[in-house]
Design a protein around this ligand. Structure first.
Ligand SMILES: NC(=O)c1ccc[n+]([C@@H]2O[C@H](COP(=O)([O-])OP(=O)(O)OC[C@H]3O[C@@H](n4cnc5c(N)ncnc54)[C@H](OP(=O)(O)O)[C@@H]3O)[C@@H](O)[C@H]2O)c1
Length: 337
C-alpha cells in the first residue's frame, strides 16, 4: 500500500516517522506492506527514490520541510502531487480549512476520484462537504476514514461503528477538546481563566491564538463530524449553539466542587434519527458521571445506547503523536477490511 502524505506539520512529520519505523512490525503483524511514496507541503514535495535509500524515521520527524529529505524533490503542492504520484491511500494532514474546507477538500475529492482511499486528520473538508465526499468514496468503491479528525487517539467513530454495532445510540456526550479540559482542571486547582490559559500556553498545550479550543468551536466541529459520519445528520456548525469556557470564574468551579460536581466543556448530541441536535457548553457533572473524572489533557466520550446501556471511552494522547497513531490505526483497519 503506497501512501501519499499531504501536509508536513507536526502531525504529518509524526506520521511519516511512525510508519517508516513500523514497516517491519506492520508486515509481520498485519501482512501490510506500507510504503511512504511521497510527501507534499504547500511548496515542496519529496518522492521516494529507491537509489537514495530511506530518509529514516528520525530525519522524517526532524525535517522542517520535505525538501530537506534524501530522495527526489519537486516544487509541488498537494494538488500537484495528487496529479503526479501513483498511490493507494492519501493521508490528509494539512492545516485547518476552517472557512471553506480548502485545500483539504480539493485533495480529498481528487484522491477519491482517482480511486485512492483517504485517511484524514484535517477537519474542515468534512465539516463543509462530508456527504458529498462520502458519496464520492462510495461511488469510487474506496474508504474514507476521518477518525483522526474526530478525537484522534480517542476512538470515537470506531467505538460507535464496531463496538456498538447493532445498538441504537440515543445520546452522545463528549469532552472532545484536551486544551479546554486542561484549563478547567487548572482553574479547579485554583487560579483564574487567564492564569490557567497562560500556564497552558507556556506548556505548549494551548496555541498562541486559543480561540478555537476555548470558545468551543473545536468541540462543535467534532460533534458535527460525528453526527454526520455516524448518523448522516446533515448538521453544520451553524446548527450547534456553542458556549466556551472563557467566561467561567474560579468561583463557578469552586461552587461546583462544593456540590461534588466537576464543570466540563461538554459536547452533547441527542434526539435520534431525523432529529439530531447538538450543543456545546460548560456543564456541571455529578460524581456518578463517567466523564466527571476526565482530568487534564484527557478526552472522553459516553454513548447512551438502548441494548448496551452506557458505554464510555476515556483517554488517548492529545498531541501530534496521538494523531499520527490514529492515522495509522485507520489505515490498518481499512487495509484489514
Ligand atoms: N495537533 C494535533 O494533535 C491534531 C490532532 C488531530 C487532528 N489535527 C489536525 O491535523 C492537521 C495537521 O496538523 P498540524 O498541526 O500538523 O498542522 P500545521 O502545522 O498547520 O501543518 C499543516 C501542513 O499543511 C501544509 N499545507 C498547507 N496547504 C497545503 C497545500 N495546498 N498542499 C500541501 N500542503 C499544504 C503546510 O505546508 P507549509 O508548511 O509549506 O505551509 C504544513 O506542512 C490539522 O488540520 C489539525 O487540525 C491535529
Amino acid at each position: 500500500m503506497r501512501v501519499l502524505l499531504i501536509g508536513f506539520g507536526p502531525v504529518g512529520r509524526a506520521f511519516a516517522g511512525l510508519i517508516e519505523e513500523r514497516r517491519a512490525m506492520l508486515r509481520a503483524r498485519y501482512g501490510l506492506d506500507l510504503e511512504l511514496a511521497a510527501i507534499a507541503s504547500s511548496s515542496a514535495a519529496w518522492l521516494r527514490d529507491p537509489r537514495a535509500g530511506s530518509p529514516g524515521a528520525d530525519a522524517l520527524r526532524g525535517a522542517a520541510s520535505p525538501a530537506e529529505l534524501v530522495g527526489r524533490i519537486e516544487p509541488w503542492n498537494g494538488a500537484d502531487a495528487l496529479d503526479s504520484v501513483d498511490a493507494d491511500v492519501l493521508v490528509e494532514a494539512t492545516s485547518g480549512g476552517g472557512d471553506s474546507g480548502e485545500p483539504a477538500a480539493g485533495h480529498v475529492r481528487a484522491a477519491l476520484s482517482r480511486r485512492m482511499h483517504v485517511v484524514a486528520a484535517s477537519k474542515g473538508a468534512f465539516v463543509w462537504h462530508y456527504r458529498e465526499l462520502r458519496d464520492l468514496a462510495r461511488r469510487s468503491n474506496v474508504e474514507l476514514r476521518i477518525g483522526a479528525a474526530t478525537g484522534a487517539a480517542l476512538p470515537t467513530i470506531d467505538t460507535a461503528r464496531y463496538g456498538l454495532a447493532g445498538a441504537e445510540i440515543e445520546r452522545i456526550e463528549g469532552i472532545l477538546n484536551g486544551t479546554s479540559n486542561y484549563i478547567l482542571t487548572r482553574m479547579r486547582e485554583g487560579g483564574t481563566y487567564a492564569d490557567a490559559l497562560r500556564d497552558a500556553q507556556g506548556r505548549g498545550v494551548a496555541e498562541a491564538d486559543p480561540r478555537t479550543d476555548v470558545e468551543g468551536t473545536d468541540t462543535a466541529t467534532k460533534l458535527v463530524l460525528l453526527a454526520n459520519a455516524l448518523f448522516d445528520a446533515g448538521l453544520t456548525l451553524a446548527d450547534v449553539p456553542t458556549t466556551g469556557i472563557t467566561q467561567l470564574a474560579p468561583d463557578d468551579l469552586a461552587r461546583a466542587v462544593e456540590r461534588g460536581e466537576r464543570i466540563r466543556l461538554l459536547g452533547t448530541l441527542e434526539g435520534g434519527t431525523g432529529a439530531w441536535r447538538a450543543r456545546v457548553e460548560p456543564v456541571p457533572l455529578g460524581a456518578d458521571h463517567p466523564l466527571a473524572r476526565v482530568d487534564g489533557l484527557e478526552k472522553g466520550i459516553t454513548y447512551q445506547t438502548d441494548t448496551m446501556a452506557r458505554v464510555t471511552v476515556i483517554g488517548g494522547r492529545s498531541d501530534p503523536n496521538g494523531a499520527a497513531g490514529a492515522l495509522l490505526r485507520d489505515i490498518v483497519n481499512l487495509a484489514s477490511g
